[in-house]
Design a protein around this ligand. Structure first.
Ligand code: GLU
Length: 293
């Protein structure tokens, strides 16, 4: 079985974890492994597991993939207590249905003066569309492009909004799996997009808003999102919200050492299932690794 130590953190709040897939393709072994750890940690803590569909990238997300992932997760043995198919008090559990909520959070951020309108470049917009992928180089927004002053606004308008970081500030947090992590603003990341000119929040803002609203106490996800956690901590802090615990999981790699991606169709849960591989076989491979062909 997957190593689950250390145990889920003690928290005054009842444990609530989440699976947060993006329906841009079929789920692969990497998702299954991370999600399995998330599910086991929720079970171990006697907590609640939530399924949230992260479909803000309208160009790449497809309703068919959202349907398929429900089926694939169920086949694999995932069970969630709240989600788009079973409901729950913290819904809706599909990000596309939460736009007015995100606008509300944008307004609160704007009132703090921590975010500013920023003319965009295409590349910045593309990067803000989704959770970062391994291999994406972090583009540090040049401080000289910051406006000298800006007014808090009541509507975002058709412009990107960025969170203004304090250059030189180091964000340190303890990851429940990987230990102490530190990232420095201005060096590891710069002013990052929180709102996109097309009227949607960025990944960073949407995830923080949702994890807070859904009362998530521990975020379990792939280690490619470690840097995102540092940015997200800044959003929690600015909004005055309790920061959840983080548990980042190692990425699953192919024989060449590349991280699995949705384009690796042969490693999708769907194709493994169609080839007669069982979930138990997959889980056994996690302790006795031998690539599934
Ligand atoms: N939806 C994101 C992804 O599929 C994960 C976000 C998260 O766990 O914070 O990469």
């Amino acid at each position: 079985m997957v190593d689950l130590s250390p145990s889920p953190p003690e928290s005054a709040r009842p444990y609530r974890g989440r699976l947060a897939p993006t329906p841009t393709g079929h789920l692969h072994l990497g998702h299954a492994k991370t999600f399995w750890i998330a599910q086991r940690r929720a079970e171990q803590a006697g907590g609640t597991l939530i399924l949230r569909i992260e479909d803000l990238d309208r160009d790449r997300c497809k309703p068919q993939y959202a349907n398929d992932l429900l089926e694939d997760l169920t086949w694999f043995g995932f069970r969630w207590q709240e989600g788009p198919d079973v409901g729950g008090e913290a819904g809706p559990y599909i990000q596309q249905a939460r736009r007015s909520f995100y606008q509300h959070i944008w307004r609160r951020l704007s009132q703090t003066g921590a975010i500013y309108p920023s003319p965009h470049s295409r590349k910045d917009v593309a990067l803000a569309l989704s959770a970062p992928q391994e291999g994406d180089r972090e583009v540090i927004f040049p401080p000289k492009l910051r406006p000298a002053t800006w007014e808090p606004a009541t509507e975002p308008g058709n412009v990107n909004w960025r969170f203004r970081v304090l250059d030189g500030e180091t964000i340190t947090f303890t990851d429940e799996n990987l230990g102490t992590q530190s990232f420095t603003a201005g060096k590891d990341f710069g002013d990052f997009i929180v709102w996109r000119r097309d009227g949607f929040p960025s990944y960073e803002l949407a995830v923080v808003a949702d994890d807070h609203a859904m009362e998530i106490t521990e975020v379990v996800r792939g280690e490619d999102l470690l840097l995102s956690s540092a940015k997200q901590i800044l959003l929690y802090r600015t909004l005055g919200w309790e920061i959840p615990a983080f548990y980042h999981c190692p990425l699953v790699r192919d024989e060449e050492g590349r991280r699995l991606a949705k384009r690796d169709k042969s490693r999708s849960l769907r194709s493994l299932r169609h080839r007669g591989v069982s979930p138990e076989q997959i889980r056994t491979q996690w302790t006795h690794p031998n690539p599934l062909k």
